[in-house]
Design a protein around this ligand. Sequence first.
Ligand code: MG
Length: 309
Amino acid sequence: MKLVSYRGPGDAIRVGAVAQGRLIDLTGFVAGLQIPAERAARLAVRGLEPPAGGMLRLLYAGADALQAAGRVVAAAAGDGTLERCPTLDQMTLLAPIPRPGKIVAVGRNYADHAKETGVDPFEKPRIIAKLASSVAGPGATVRRPVGVEKMDFEAELAVVIGEFASGVSRARALDAVAGYTVLNDLSAREFQFDVAPPQTTFAKSMDGFCPMGPWLVTRDEIPDPQALEVSCHVNGTRMQHGQTADMIFSVARLIEYVSQYMTLEPGDVLATGTPAGVGAFRKPPVWLAPGDRVRVEVTRVGALETLIE
Ligand code: MG
């Protein structure tokens, strides 16, 4: 199932599913979902309410709710409802999770990319924060901030968490995954590489620097996240192309590692690193400039386009 957040009539933010190029509105269905008591209790101790609606409520409602949503979509396809749904191009998609609780990114997680940076691969994952306010939707225009000249792209498979995951084993780690999406880990390299100490979080968290989408593909459609191809094109020229099989730390290993130290929560996003070919390490370097179109694609997941201005 492909789940989307989108802007509906009257600018209301809605959640839906895409089937046969059409968009089924699940907003009412999701608003009516029960949040499991154990999950509500986890929030309550911190003074938090469950999300009232949208993709986050669907994820907080748990795996059973995702299966129920799948049945709604199947029924719509079976009884003719789907044919009356709007086509995808009539709607403006947003990032599947417009405001995740956190985005945990991983640095130099592909052997070929580690090699191009000129350092030995890390023995443990290098964890980087990408602040949630940097999220942008599919097709969004992202402004290159004034004073940034080394804006760079990083094509990544993003993992969307569906459980409260704390201290999970590698063997059970993928059970915590709700699904996958595509992410462009945009970075202002002068703040990452040209200053001491590096300001990596700042470099990767500027407004719009986390395009995500176009949808969340549920885990049942991707049995092996280490069997995907990740690529990036800038203005139609291929800049990156890698295999998730070449990750140094697999998705399962990353979840095991991160959850040993911090609880992953429903709707959290794990950006799993980028293959070789980013602009910073090309000779000569290639920087994104206003007017550039960046297309990041992950096989079986989708393609994410961003316009730089
Ligand atoms: Mg990255």
